[in-house]
Design a protein around this ligand. Structure first.
Ligand code: NOJ
Ligand code: CA
Length: 560
């Protein structure tokens, strides 16, 4: 078994890494104030090490008013005092590296927060000032400029233009508190290079790049209407999204990454229109890797998985990157819950995010089926060539917390919309961001000595680390064993469909070295192929003649 050491200079470590996403405010709270912190992460390094992940990615921990869970950044080169200090950060990196775990941090380049020094200066300096040039300010329409420059809607609902006191308007693709930077401005470009070096110098191994497809913008003097905008193709020429020249920015970043040994890595969050356009972000001359959300938005259905896997392996071969696979993150309903919903067809879909069922969060969720399929899908994900990005708590089989009182909600997507037109699953994204349960009982189920900043339901204790640790068949033990075997079995980034087994509702593929994955995503049992059974996502059954059967909704790893 080869265990990577984070100090070793391996420039390819990221290609097939299992990366665990930490949402810092909700992972572990060391000082008991109800908010997860960096010392909490450090205290859980043994847990992460035993889990067997190769890297962690931390969502933003920078100073922030939390208008968007920290994606509204006041100062990209600081630590929020509620989360810790730079010294805490350094201690955390040292502890993670000591355990052979690499560190990826989130970079938020599309926007700052409205409390960022530059935005405050822009407001103070007034219209026409050089300070305003770092953001996207416009005069309004109408006789007195009282109408927004365009009728655009923000990604969280509500208007995308907000008026400031002196009458001008600024663009925010997301919440009001997240003014978009003007990336045509050389100081914006330079400042991000400084930020990348700042964290790379502190030992950070890689970066996750937020909304990587939105930095470059080209806004004409007369802005198109929202309807016109949404009719425009996203083929590199759209005024806001996925413009071709965004890659000039990432070519500059690449030169910074390559100043380091090993080169720093990056993964783009880019919800673009096709695997072909995604491959541009994954280019070795650019960010090097891009999230592939295709599995995340698909039903756990063999045909869909087969098509997605084939298309993405082809694309990664073309881009020179490795594939990435994601089933859950902090923006979507957890996959254990998603898979317990009625099939996606007929449900509302938007920008690729999977929504909870219409008509009330708890209605229509089959949680038992959801978890069974989630475990099966995870064993598929972890057997695929490329990197797997896991979201904290999925290793516990944690479900979405659907019932959060309105008064406790934090997600701007919840507040900026009406129930009828609500994005991000109809109730917002708080349900996957509830602080993790570490113990069966006790204050905030072991999250910390105090409370939890989002309410934890009573059933959380049953899905806690303590409840699952050492329990055969628990989801935690399944992930631990899968990650251990993955390290042992992971070879070349190759996959062949298993002839004679793969087909219909049964997905079956082989990796070099005889590592066979068989996922039964249909409704009936199927014979278990011959070979040494390494791991299964659920109990097997026996046929009348005593032969082993792979039940519906179950995946097995076999060595043959
Ligand atoms: C994508 C992030 O994943 C999400 O959480 C955030 O709200 C938006 N980008 C805006 O930064
Ligand atoms: Ca705390």
């Amino acid at each position: 078994m080869t265990v990577p050491t984070a100090t070793a200079s391996d420039p390819t470590w990221w290609r097939q890494a299992a990366v665990y996403q930490i949402y810092p405010r909700s992972f572990a709270d060391a000082n008991g104030d109800g908010i997860g912190d960096l010392r909490g992460v450090t205290s859980r390094v043994p847990y992460l090490s035993a889990l067997g992940v190769d890297a962690v990615w931390l969502s933003p921990f920078y100073p922030s008013a939390l208008a968007d869970g920290g994606y509204d950044v006041d100062d990209p080169r600081g630590v929020d005092p509620r989360i810790g200090t730079l010294e805490d950060f350094d201690a955390m990196v040292t502890a993670l590296h000591g355990a052979g775990i690499r560190v990826v941090v989130d970079i938020v380049p599309n926007h700052s927060s409205d409390r960022h020094a530059w935005f405050r200066a822009a407001l103070a300096a007034g219209p026409g000032s050089p300070e305003r040039e770092r953001y996207i300010f416009r005069d309004g329409l109408g006789e007195n400029g009282e109408l927004p420059p365009a009728d655009w809607t923000s990604a969280f609902g509500g208007p995308a233009w907000t008026r400031v006191e002196d009458g001008q308007w600024y663009l925010h693709t997301f919440a009001t508190e997240q003014p978009d930077y003007n990336w045509a401005h050389p100081e914006v470009r330079e400042d991000f290079l400084t930020t990348l070096r700042f964290w790379a110098d502190r030992g950070v191994d890689g970066f996750r790049v937020d909304v990587a497809n939105s930095l470059a913008k080209d806004l004409p003097a007369v802005l198109p209407s929202a309807a016109e905008l949404s009719a425009m193709p996203k083929d590199g020429t759209h005024p806001l999204w996925d413009r071709d020249e965004v890659h000039e920015i990432y070519a500059e970043w690449r030169r910074v990454f390559d100043e380091y040994d090993p080169p720093r890595t990056a993964v783009a969050e880019a919800w673009v229109d096709s695997p072909e356009r995604r491959a541009r972000y994954a280019s070795p001359e650019g960010l090097g890797q891009a999230f592939n959300f295709d599995l995340l938005v698909a039903d756990p259905e063999a045909g869909a998985f087969r098509r997605i896997i084939t298309a993405n392996l082809e694309q990664s071969a073309l881009s020179g990157s490795s594939s990435t696979w994601v089933l859950s993150n902090h923006d979507v309903v957890r996959h254990a819950t998603r898979y317990g919903l009625p099939p996606l067809e007929g449900r509302r879909e938007k920008q690729g995010t999977a929504w909870l069922a219409e008509g009330g969060p708890e209605e229509g969720i089959d949680r038992e089926r959801g978890l069974r399929l989630a475990r099966a899908a995870t064993l598929v994900e972890l057997a695929l060539p490329g990197s797997a990005y896991l979201f904290q708590g999925e290793e516990l089989g944690l479900h979405e917390v659907a019932e959060i009182p309105d008064a406790d909600r934090q997600d701007p997507a919840f507040f900026r919309t009406t129930p009828e037109d609500r994005g991000f699953d109809g109730v917002g994204r708080d349900g996957c961001r509830v602080p993790l349960p570490w113990t069966r009982e006790g204050s905030s189920f072991g999250f910390g000595a105090g409370g939890a900043h989002l309410p934890q339901p009573a059933w959380f204790g049953g899905s806690s680390v303590q409840a699952e640790d050492g329990v055969p068949g628990s989801t935690l033990e399944l992930y631990r064993e899968a990650l251990r075997l993955r390290r042992e079995l992971q070879g070349a980034e190759e996959l062949t469909w298993a002839e004679g087994i793969d087909g219909g509702d049964v997905l079956a593929f082989e990796r070099p070295g005889g590592w066979l994955t068989v996922a039964n995503l249909g409704a009936e049992g199927t014979p278990l192929p011959a070979g040494e059974l390494l791991l299964a996502s659920g109990p097997l059954e026996a046929a009348a003649d005593g032969s082993a059967v792979l039940p519906a909704g179950t995946t097995a790893w076999i060595r043959r």
